[in-house]
Design a protein around this ligand. Structure first.
Ligand code: IMP
Length: 198
């Protein structure tokens, strides 16, 4: 898994638990420079990371890229979600900037979605792609202490709470990343099955 984040790696290992694979983290391979995420889409950036680390480790690699798309901001912050507030951006500064940009946007125009794209790449050159989205509404003030990133501003009308007001197990059921992971687990299961038949 192309991530140094142990929490993310554990989440992915859990999603792939039914498959005959062993999930390794980047830390298991020693230090390596990160590739530049120069893609204009989540898919392009996930593909850059998956191909780069598959090449470096010589092993099949799964990479993800995700972010927030706000309709009233024509899809921003999008691939710039992590660095929305500029150099030295933090979750708090990103949320402050988002609230400022959305200050004049009325309630019925505050729709947004999280999107996550996972790309699997292996040294034989095979590639699989899976996506997940999570639709919601941006609040005017943060709610909840869980999660990370834009979670405290992201309200799910069907559940009556923000992503930051849910335990992780509940967030994983509703989230873009959980959905993308379930889609990828299905695709990988089929891929492994077909590979074994060849
Ligand atoms: P990454 O793909 O994990 O690097 O995430 C990119 C950025 O998108 C994060 O830094 C967050 O700002 C935002 N983001 C992605 N997924 C989530 C989420 O589940 N909750 C809140 N923010 C998220």
């Amino acid at each position: 898994m192309a991530s140094g984040n142990r929490g993310k790696v554990a989440e992915i290992a859990a999603a792939l638990a039914g498959l005959p694979v062993k999930v390794l983290a980047l830390g298991d391979f020693g230090p390596v420079a990160e590739p530049e995420e120069t893609g204009g889409t989540f898919e392009a950036n996930a593909r850059i990371k998956a191909a780069y680390y598959a090449d470096w480790t010589g092993k099949p690699c799964l990479a993800d890229d995700s972010g927030l798309e706000v309709d009233a901001l024509q899809g921003a912050p999008g691939v710039y979600s992590a660095r929305y507030a500029g150099p030295g951006a933090t979750d708090s500064l990103n949320n402050q900037k988002l609230l400022a940009q959305m200050a004049k946007v009325p309630d019925d125009k505050r729709t947004a979605r999280f999107r996550c794209v996972l790309v699997y790449s292996d040294p034989r050159g095979s590639e699989l792609t899976a996506e997940g989205t999570c639709e919601g509404i941006l609040l005017h003030t943060p709610r909840g202490a869980g999660g990370f990133g834009y979670d405290p501003l992201f309200y799910l009308p069907a559940l009556g709470k923000t992503l930051a007001e849910m335990p992780l197990t509940e967030k994983n059921k509703a989230s873009h990343r959980g959905q993308a992971l379930r889609n990828m687990a299905d695709k990988l299961a089929r891929y492994i099955h077909e590979d074994r038949r060849d």
